[in-house]
Design a protein around this ligand. Structure first.
Ligand SMILES: Cc1cc2nc3c(=O)[nH]c(=O)nc-3n(C[C@H](O)[C@H](O)[C@H](O)COP(=O)(O)OP(=O)(O)OC[C@H]3O[C@@H](n4cnc5c(N)ncnc54)[C@H](O)[C@@H]3O)c2cc1C
Length: 803
């Protein structure tokens, strides 16, 4: 074993070898992988090897497509068979709602380059003779589903990596990690030490233990998972291999395994395995079977596929594999640490392992994952994802693996976790609470005396009239919304202005002013959108997305060298409210001494002022498109502020409004939002943020690429559509058609109550953005005509927010 390497990857499961292979492919050859036992000795060896392209996140779906298409390349390079069986697959719907979901999945596949086909039950039965069609209402056929041999895939990656120059050391446990002052690592192993610049934790079932070596508690948990293999079915002999099947209502998956059938289930009463520590002596072991636990699923399975109930069970496999609370992988550099990377919590290694390796290798080699992997970034979790939280959420996620998550559905586990001081006060207003990174925030308010409940649906829900009333209150009088669920940073120091000017694309505001600014990466893509508020010559408050707080922190910390500046994340220290609507000035004016007239405190002003008894920072800003103010206070003042605002607002017709109404109103103004319209796959000019990019500044991150985008015009354009919708509005990810061709996708949708229009924001090919008519948006299988709006649907001149 050599004693230095540029990278040490810990763990030789399917994920670790993929990272190793992709590092060599990206040009880093001085890389090594250390495996405690033999390759595949964690979850990998007993996996069912199934693979699919479909994923709720289109960006993750792309990486799954990449993974599946990689296997042929791997076989060619390594000479090792991956045991590829591309049988094609069926996703079965047993209810009309699931059929709606399938229609939406097919629609999304249109712009993802997938070849999904919706088929009726007669056709489905023809393609899968074992199923009993009376339990189903329709299906999707996907030609590139199937299964692989876990051993073959892992060894193919390993051999291809070795051909690329990597070293693989087996039977050698990493027992500790020590960081040197220069950020490099001493990797302490049973066979001696290796000095490495970077360490990748691909420890799979032991990723938590490897994390603990560096003081990190990763939010992952292993669950027991069982599948059975039946005796041979004589009728399968000599026939083409059965299609891979996901039976959502049965909560089972199945495929052919030699002459029999492999059937696995995600049972409701899933059981965590080794919830605190994974024993080091667990190897290529299986867990005791517990058929009773999966009996309810098997019963359904045998009803849906009657022949399976008539043959015997040849083998039962019960093995553990790991999940993050939301079921997506944890990938990337760990915030707050140097040169420590993770690639773990990968619950679908054979669909996702290639994409994870590709993204991580680019991130390490080029400083950027090269794809939109927001949904997998390790930075999405913070200290709030405790072990108990993880345990509760992982069990919830496991039990819902094959259930529909409706767009308006809130999941109950591990709640409430984070609440602000006004939570109990606001409870009296009858809100339906939503969960955002563990923080409770009001979605909408039900009339007092009626339950704050909403049926889950893809269509307009029972909340529709209540959200409409909230929008009306804002447009006609004044509304109050809690806005604590934003990320905040205090930026201070002599170089604060110079640093912000370098890191942000817009110009730095003068004291007492606010600017909106995109943040770009070196490729000129959007990685953040902020309100930059200047409190003093050397003091700023940055307000952005709460979910991205640790992502931003990691980005900032890596770019602070050479600046005398302090940046402090303070999301839960500064809490706030926004008052919005024509009467909002009168309301706030009654509580402050400063003159709030437009002459004295115009649009985009910012300043410290006392609101009643409370010291506050007040900005004249608007995300609703109406006159409005954002008021930030330290958390100990939040209740007093709330009481005063409510009291002062009463005679003016103040009404609480929630996140749904805010979303509807920002759509009426065509205002984009982070993670929807603004993501690392879009440039600022594509996103219509031209006026927030100050190209006159000689130097800021992403400037060259932004200039190039401006000169070239970008590939696509963000547009607003008015849809001739019936009972459902766009949500996100629906295809946009123009003259019979798919030209883009929706990023957000909502009903604009103040304008009486069903609205969508979305990206289309640049040329298509010129058209006005001829558009259609595919809503639940139906192409609904749409019109491009050349200006925001509400108050296009912006006079109301500037009034
Ligand atoms: C029953 C079952 C069925 C499944 N079916 C499918 C399926 O059909 N499709 C699919 O995509 N996925 C499936 N999976 C999930 C799949 O197995 C995992 O996604 C995948 O194996 C994760 O791989 P990994 O490399 O992250 O982790 P692991 O396979 O756990 O690998 C981690 C490796 O790291 C090594 N290691 C850990 N710590 C150290 C250390 N300190 N020093 C040295 N080495 C160390 C371990 O020995 C191990 O080899 C299934 C899992 C189970 C249990």
């Amino acid at each position: 074993m050599k004693n230095t390497a540029r990278v040490v990857v810990i763990g030789g499961g399917v994920v670790g070898v993929s990272v190793l292979y992709h590092l060599t492919k990206a040009g880093w050859r001085d890389v090594m992988l250390i495996e405690r036992s033999e390759l595949t000795s964690g979850s990998t060896w007993h996996a069912a090897g199934g693979m699919h392209t479909v994923n709720g996140d289109p960006n993750v779906a792309k990486l799954q497509q990449y993974t599946i298409n990689l296997y042929k390349e791997l076989e060619q390079i390594s000479g090792q068979s991956c045991g590829l069986h591309i049988t094609g697959g069926l996703m079965l719907a047993g209810t009309p709602e699931r059929l709606d979901w399938l229609k939406m999945t097919v629609a999304r596949g249109r712009y993802l380059g997938m070849d999904l086909e919706l088929i009726d039950m007669a056709e489905t039965k023809k393609r899968h003779p074992l199923l009993d069609e009376k339990h189903f209402v329709g299906a999707i056929y996907d030609p590139i589903e199937g299964h692989v041999d876990p051993y073959g895939v892992t060894h193919a990656y390993a051999k291809a990596a070795q051909i690329g120059g990597a070293e693989i050391v087996r039977q050698n446990r990493v027992v500790d990690l020590k960081q040197r002052a220069d950020g490099s690592w001493d990797v302490i192993t049973e066979q001696g030490n290796v000095h490495a610049e970077h360490v990748v934790n691909a420890g799979g079932l032991w990723a938590r233990e490897v994390g603990r070596m560096v003081g990190l508690e990763l939010p992952i948990l292993a669950m027991e998972h069982q599948y059975i293999i039946t005796d041979d079915l004589p009728e399968l002999a000599g026939q083409p291999e059965l299609l891979h099947v996901i039976d959502f209502e049965g909560e089972i998956y199945m495929r052919q395994e030699r002459g029999g059938v492999l059937l696995g289930t995600y049972e409701r009463a899933g059981v965590p395995w080794s919830p605190r520590t994974t024993p080091w002596d667990f190897g290529q072991d299986l867990l005791p079977n517990d058929l009773e636990r999966i009996a309810p699923s098997l019963e359904v399975g045998f009803k849906h596929f009657p022949r399976l109930g008539e043959v015997g069970i040849r083998k039962i496999v019960n093995g553990p594999f790991t999940f993050a609370p939301d079921g997506n992988p944890l990938v990337g550099p760990v915030p707050g640490m140097r040169n420590f990377w993770v690639a773990c919590g990968v619950m679908a290694g054979f669909s996702q392992g290639g994409g994870v390796g590709l993204a991580l290798s680019h991130w390490m080699v080029d400083g950027d994952p090269g794809a939109d992997i927001w949904g997998m970034d390790v930075a999405r979790y913070g200290e709030w994802a405790t072990r108990r939280y993880t345990n509760t959420k992982v069990r919830e996620n496991y039990s819902r693996r094959f259930r529909i998550r409706f767009p308006n559905e809130e999941l109950p586990a591990a709640r409430p976790l984070k609440t602000t001081p006004v939570y109990d006060r606001m409870q009296a207003e009858n809100p339906l609470w939503g969960d955002y990174c563990g923080l409770e925030h009001a979605l909408w308010f039900a009339p007092k005396g009626t339950p704050a409940e909403e049926e889950v649906t893809f269509r307009r829900s029972s909340a529709h009239p209540h959200v409409a009333a909230e929008c009306r209150a804002v447009r006609d009088a004044v509304g109050l919304i809690e806005i604590s669920n934003y990320g905040k940073f205090e930026v201070t120091g002599p170089d604060a202005e110079r640093w912000l000017s370098r890191i942000m694309a817009n110009k730095v505001p003068a004291v007492g002013r606010v600017v909106l600014t995109p943040m770009l990466n070196e490729r000129g893509k959007l990685i953040g959108d902020f309100t930059m508020c200047r409190v003093g010559p050397e003091r700023f408050l940055l307000v952005g997305t709460y979910a991205a707080e640790r992502f931003y922190q990691r980005w900032f910390e890596a770019r602070m060298g050479g600046f005398d500046v302090q940046v402090r994340a303070c999301a839960m220290e500064w809490l706030g409210f926004s008052v919005a609507g024509p009467a909002s000035r009168e309301l706030l004016q009654s509580l402050v001494d400063e003159d709030l007239s437009t002459q004295a405190f115009p649009f985009m002003s910012f300043g410290a002022m006392d609101v009643g008894l409370v010291p506050a920072l007040v900005g004249r800003l608007s995300f609703t498109g109406d006159l409005g103010y954002e008021i930030w206070v330290k958390n100990e003042y939040q209740r007093e502020l709330y009481d005063r605002l409510v009291e002062a607002g009463k005679p003016l017709g103040l009404r609480h409004f929630g996140g749904r109404a805010l979303n509807a109103m920002r759509m009426e103004k065509s205002f984009g939002s982070w993670a929807r319209e603004f993501r690392p796959i879009y440039g600022p000019f594509e996103a219509g943020l031209d006026r927030f990019v100050d190209l006159k500044k000689s130097d800021f991150v992403g400037r060259e690429a932004a200039l190039a985008e401006k000169a070239g015009g970008g590939e696509r354009k963000l547009i607003t559509l008015e849809i001739d919708a019936k009972d459902c509005d766009a949500i996100a990810d629906e295809p946009i058609w123009l003259d019979g061709k798919v030209v883009g996708w929706v990023t957000s949708g909502a009903y604009g109550h103040s304008v009486g229009k069903s609205l969508a924001l979305g990206y289309v090919e640049r040329e298509a953005a010129q058209a006005t008519t001829g558009f259609a948006v595919e809503l639940i299988g139906e192409r609904r005509p749409a019109l491009r709006l050349a200006a925001p649907a509400f108050d296009p001149s912006g006079s109301r927010m500037r009034a």
